[in-house]
Design a binder for this molecule. Sequence first.
Ligand code: PHE
Length: 461
Amino acid sequence: MVSTRNKFSSKFGFIAAAAGSAVGLGNIWKFPFEVGKNGGAAFLLLYLLFCFVLCYPLLITEIAIGRNAQKSPVGAFKAIHHPKWTFMGILGVLAGVLILSFYTIVTAWVFGYFVEMLLGNFRVGDQFSEFIQDIEMIGGYSLFILAVVAFIVSRGVTRGIEKASKILMPVLIFILFFLITYSLTLDNALEGIKFYLVPDFSRINVEVIYRALGQAFFSLSLGMGILITYGSYLKKKEDIVFSGAVITLADIAIAFLAGLMIFPIVFSQNLSTDGGAGLIFITMPGIFATMAPGWGIFIGSLFFLLLAFAAITSIISLLELPVSYLVDQHEIKRDNAVWIAAGIVFLLSIPSLLGSGYSAYFTQFITYYGSEVPIDFMTFLTDVSSNTLLPFVGLLTSLFTVYVWKRKKLFQELNHGSENFSSSWLSKYVGFCLQFIAPAVLAVTFVVTILEIFFGVQLFS
Ligand code: PHE
């Protein structure tokens, strides 16, 4: 059967779109603050380890499942004749929608800061918390962003997703390099580099492992079927093994570079690395404000523009997920599906919007057993969706592939476009990781972290 599904027009188009999905706020906003909060280089090491042994094999598996089934996640499992596994697709779509609901809010902060920089308002220090409590403004920005992305997604795969990514990704890389060069020249830059690159293993504990794992999944957009969806738009002649490696390395590289940009600045300003979600919003404007005014405005706006670009290509992929589900499974027209999905996401984003200090209820939403500090709704949502659901779906994906779909079928699919894959050492590595390492690591981490973090059971700490 010849599929008539809309396809990426080139290898570069696919890589740009998938890397565009992977590279986002996760790399430039979330990665540095997680590193800062969770032990610096120790966290970095764990993250890298997870990327190579768990995420890369799972990433090419997701793409292969999608291309083989020619369907977005929910349909994909039906199409490879395993209707029982459909719930996995549904879990993925659910995780994607939840993530999108807070992702649009952070993107709205970013966009707001971009506008402020342009106007010459640096908003250093505490002004960040004030800023995000202006819920009408942030809500307005988030509506605007959703509308822009909805427009791009409604144009379809090639003219919308692919085209936007091809332009935005190279610009992003250029701006990042520019800023790193600058930050490395600051006083105390070396202290920042040390914190970032010299590991202190005593900082590793269950929570650090949990967050590093969640970060690896989140950053590579794994575990919710985005790559299944993108894989379904991929031609048979394309090499998944190679493209997957490029996507993984590009994602790691950009997160790594973001750290290299930020820690010298944090240390040069004597700030705490523990700034959490506000880290880049507090550190970066501080540095822009110390530059000559014209420069500060120019570089500051560039920086937030870079972040906004990175976020938009990720939001595109996150929105494409429920959209492709509605189109494939419910035969809703693409245009309508886009606006329905965007509307639902906007409603779901309201608690995250309110949880930034505006409403006490959502700001101190929950206190985990055994902890004293209440966390806000957005952090809670990140824990549930990205740190827990994604690795859980990853676990199911590895089990599904090894025991239901079977390695042989996976390798056959990967052989298209990468002829000798199934007889190469890489296939042995991928097979081993999927069959043994992924299930073991993911299952143990899943159980331990649920018990320790959510229920306060002290197993290791
Ligand atoms: N990977 C994106 C980032 O790093 C976020 C994302 C997560 C996008 C899940 C799509 C799916 O920001």
